[in-house]
Design a protein around this ligand. Structure first.
Ligand code: FES
Length: 154
């Protein structure tokens, strides 16, 4: 994924009319196109939108999807919301952390492991999303298969 630069940030801000109230949409656009928001982009957004850096940081930290570190090529998300928790997503998350030897929000070996809060797949919980595709009723064995498929797609 390309890295955002100064010029592109300015263009995105202009596309939203340089309005501070459009900050969330601007951040969504940046993450959608570039996968994450570097610190220098946060600084630039604050300047161009006439906000404090703390304002922009506050919004970035509030939303789980607004990453501030470059993700790996593979993104594994495990649902932590209520229906999935009731069906064992905590245990599955622990298993994923052990198997991948990383914590949530970490990136190792080109894989980023993240929590997500409802994938709209509650009837088939616990749910996992790998590289944008949702999978339901994921137990440890299925998780291993999904990881193998993911690695096989490289
Ligand atoms: S609670 Fe996990 S998909 Fe809805």
């Amino acid at each position: 994924m390309a890295r955002i630069n100064h010029e592109t940030t300015s263009k995105i801000v202009a596309d939203f009319g340089s309005k501070p109230e459009m900050l969330v949409q601007i951040l969504q656009t940046i993450v959608g196109r570039f996968g994450w928001i570097p610190e220098e982009t946060i600084r630039q957004l604050a300047e161009e939108l006439n906000l404090s850096r703390a304002d922009v940081h506050g919004v970035v930290e509030y939303y789980h999807d607004f990453r501030t570190a470059e993700p790996g090529n593979h993104i594994v998300k495990i649902c932590q919301a209520e229906a999935c928790q009731a069906m064992g997503s905590r245990k599955l998350t622990d298993y994923a952390k052990r198997t991948l030897a990383m914590s949530l929000h970490d990136t190792e070996n080109d894989i980023t492991l993240e929590p997500v809060y409802c994938l709209g797949n509650c009837a088939l919980s616990p749910a996992v999303m790998i590289n944008g595709k949702t999978h339901g009723r994921v137990d440890e064995a299925r998780f291993n298969e999904l990881l193998d498929d993911m690695r096989g797609s490289d």
